[in-house]
Ligand binder design. Structure first.
Ligand SMILES: *[C@@H]1O[C@H](CO)[C@@H](O)[C@H](O)[C@H]1NC(C)=O
Ligand SMILES: *[C@@H]1O[C@H](CO)[C@@H](O)[C@H](O)[C@H]1NC(C)=O
Length: 385
């Protein structure tokens, strides 16, 4: 975390020192962007010298571009993303937004390569035809801990990296099955996303055109159905991740885990007027069933560096859920250094490596429906060995 924060803070220091020096004109046609000034609540950060930040970014992430034109193009994108991060910072002050490993990608490139939940579907359809999770009893809800984290119990594998493949749905699925297997057997296995990418072409029960399709997206509930029919899921070591779709090499004799069933956890109810919002059912399902596969809108994730992300619903609508991740825990009061922030939060495991976010994790505020976090929640159970 400290290292990630440094990336954001250093350039701000540099601004003060060199902000008014005439920007060097390395690449023609980018002047307007380089001089871009962003505003933050009326305060002006004079020209951030994106060129210097970009050079540091290129070194840090070992980027190689095909030539000067591509370099100049990526610099323009990077500069635009700095402005977007500043806008996100203003709109989402309890999180920190800045330079991330994805700062040289346009939003379209980023979403095409690094998300991959079957997009733009009506999430309300999801619950149709799917078995619903049993509602938590009052005692169960009353007994819920104030904070909870499956990582502390050893139910969560290391953060993985999906690469430039829209296979988030496969990582979300394996994360849920890894957790369920840990609950059933006490053993944490590293399970194979590649099997799902190569072999699972299951279509949604309610919407027949929503089929799992390797690096082009999929749904976790479809993947559970596939796993129940296929005979199980192999270990990562037996079926390693390549980040590209290939021929199916599943061998039922080598299945390490068999999926017994799955359930869908309904979205948290909203009272009339939307003033009361109760996520206790999701927390109860998490504590009872293990890490949960969820979908969310990744709009604020490309620039996320740390803290508790809490954008307004209208800026991060649930109708645009596009990324599958794993809910592993929740906390009561997440402190935000930037502005008056103690927020309850969800702890979410992502699949973009440890260089992104908080060592690969995302914290999203809890207590209201943010970024559709409660709209596509599912639990899975594995068959006893
Ligand atoms: C699981 O496998 C991935 C990819 O091979 C690896 O990066 C990761 O460290 C493994 N995690 C665990 C918990 O073994
Ligand atoms: C799901 O499978 C688990 C493990 O076999 C079992 O304990 C549980 O009762 C099943 N749940 C449903 C709803 O069938």
């Amino acid at each position: 975390m400290a290292a990630a924060r440094l990336v954001v803070l250093l350039p701000l220091v540099a601004v003060v020192v060199v902000g008014h020096v005439t920007p060097s004109r390395g690449a023609s046609g980018v002047d307007g962007v380089i001089r871009q000034v962003t505003t933050d609540g009326g305060r002006r950060w004079p020209g951030l010298l994106p060129e210097a930040q970009f050079a540091a970014f290129v070194r840090r992430h070992g980027r190689e571009y095909s030539g000067p034109e591509e370099y100049a193009r990526r610099l323009r994108v990077f500069a635009a993303n700095l402005a977007r991060a500043a806008a996100h910072q203003a709109l989402d002050p309890t999180a920190r937004h800045g330079v991330t490993p994805f700062s040289d990608l346009t939003r379209e490139e980023f979403e095409a390569r690094f998300t991959g939940l079957s997009a733009a579907r009506d999430v309300r359809l999801l619950a149709r035809g799917m078995p619903a999770a049993p509602p938590a009893t009052e005692e169960e809800v009353a007994g819920l801990p104030a904070s909870f984290d499956w990582r502390d119990k050893g139910a969560v594998t290391d953060v993985k990296t999906q690469g430039t493949c829209g296979s988030c749905w496969a990582f979300s699925t394996t994360g849920a099955v890894e957790g369920a297997n840990f609950l059933a057997t006490g053993k944490l296995l590293n399970l194979s996303e590649q099997q799902l990418v190569d072999c699972d072409h299951t279509c949604d029960a309610a919407k027949k055109t929503e089929c799992d399709n390797g690096c082009a997206g999929g749904l976790m509930t479809n993947a559970y159905s596939y796993l129940m029919n296929s005979g199980g899921l192999m270990e990562q070591s037996a079926y390693p991740y390549t980040g590209a779709q290939g021929p199916c090499r599943f061998d039922a004799n080598k299945a390490a885990v068999r999926v017994a069933n799955f359930t869908v956890v309904p979205a948290a109810p909203r009272s009339a007027g939307g003033r009361r919002y109760d996520d206790a059912q999701i927390r109860a399902a998490l504590v009872r069933s293990g890490p949960l596969a969820i979908g969310l809108n990744a709009a604020f994730m490309q620039t996320y560096v740390g803290g508790v992300s809490c954008p307004l619903q209208v800026l991060c609508p649930r109708a645009l859920v596009n990324h599958g991740v794993l809910l592993v825990g929740y906390g009561e009061r997440g402190f935000s250094a930037l502005r008056l922030g103690y927020r309850p939060y969800w702890i979410i495991k992502n699949s973009w490596g440890k260089a992104w976010g908080e060592q690969g994790y995302y914290r999203l505020c809890r207590g209201r429906s943010v970024c559709g976090v409660d709209s596509m929640v599912s639990a899975v159970a594995v068959a006893p060995p």
